[in-house]
Design a protein around this ligand. Structure first.
Ligand code: HEC
Length: 307
């Protein structure tokens, strides 16, 4: 696109010599071989020390990890797992039903309000009906008394226990964690929660379980204070989906993924838009860059010594 230009530099010999000298000096300063012997030794020692230190740290870390005693969850092919796949909202809706009818007996979800469900799993009218099922303590009223009223869209999900002490007393001393962000709070996310729910089994021979603890190979320590919460037909789904154990576990995990990451679908949509925008802009920018620089890039410098 641009014609080749030749720029002829005419000048004295001394200028040229000076130029090559400075170039030489600065390049030599940067290389290892040109360092004084003392610095060479120091630098080598530093390299050996940091490599050794890193190796030692890795070894110590491995020795205390005891990773072989823990069963890691496999990674399941979630329908929302792909780069461009959204959450399965029918599954989120069923998952809410599982949470409400099973998990909410022990687990709070204190960061979720009823209004969060609107447009995600339920319509506004449906959520209003759901919210009105609960009783909320409000007040004080004109006489200074607290009163109860039916729930509203803006109310948060009710908690099963007033405080963590009460929760522990009711669960043999184990505290059921809040489930709002549980899939982000555990390694393996929904894979882990799914495996945990499906993973209860008989303890291997020779392993005795304390009263109130249950064997689960996915739980760190293998003894969990939560009794197996789900089984086949633990509830009946409103939409008629057969409530097998794995279906229930999958749906509640999808719901928990949405709860922990309500921006999931939006995030992927934005990512796709960004990629598409970049695909159009990047070639244009590259063309512009070639265009602007062509004058300089296609120039040739020649030195013509003075006669
Ligand atoms: C009977 C009460 C009860 C019910 C019902 C219940 N849980 Fe739990 N859950 C617990 C307790 C207690 C713990 C704490 C266990 C421990 O720390 O040993 C727990 C812990 C958990 C954990 C955290 C495990 C970890 O890695 O720390 C998850 C996840 C969980 N429950 C999910 C669920 C889901 C999903 C449901 C509904 C399908 C459910 N639970 C129903 C009592 C319950």
């Amino acid at each position: 696109m641009a014609a080749l230009r030749v720029v002829v530099v005419a000048g004295s010999r001394r200028n040229l010599l000076n130029l090559s000298k400075t170039l030489h000096v600065s390049r030599a300063n940067m290389s290892f071989s040109s360092l004084p012997p003392g610095k060479k030794v120091a630098l080598s020692a530093l390299g050996v020390l940091s490599a050794g230190g890193a190796g030692l740290a890795l070894m110590l870390h491995q020795s205390v990890k005891a990773s072989d005693l823990e069963l890691h969850p496999p990674s399941y092919p979630w329908s929302h797992g792909g780069m461009m796949s959204s959450l399965d909202h029918a599954s989120v809706r069923r998952g809410y039903q599982v949470y409400k009818q099973v998990c909410s007996a022990c687990h709070s979800m204190e960061y979720l309000a009823f209004r969060n469900l609107v447009g995600v799993s339920h319509t506004e009218a449906e959520v209003k009906v759901l919210a009105e099922e609960i009783e909320v303590v409000d007040g004080p009223d004109d006489t200074g008394e607290m009163f109860t009223r039916p729930g509203k869209l803006s109310d948060y999900f009710p908690k099963p226990y007033p405080n963590s002490e009460a929760a522990r007393v009711a669960n043999n001393g184990a505290l059921p964690p809040d489930l709002s962000y549980i899939v982000n709070a555990r390694h393996g996310g929904e894979d882990y929660v799914f495996s945990l729910l499906m993973g209860y089994c008989e303890p291997p021979g020779g392993v005795a379980m304390r009263e109130g603890l249950y064997y689960n190979p996915y739980f760190p320590g293998q003894a969990i204070g939560m009794a197996p919460p789900i089984y086949n037909e633990v509830l009946e789904f409103d939409d008629g989906t057969p409530a097998t154990m794995s279906q229930v576990a999958k749906d509640v995990c999808t719901f928990l993924r949405w709860a922990a990451e309500p921006e999931h679908d939006q995030r992927k949509r934005m990512g796709l838009k960004l990629l598409m925008g970049t695909a159009i802009l990047l070639p244009l920018v590259y063309y512009m860059k070639r265009h602007r620089w062509s004058v300089l890039k296609s120039r040739k410098m020649a030195y013509r010594p003075p006669k």
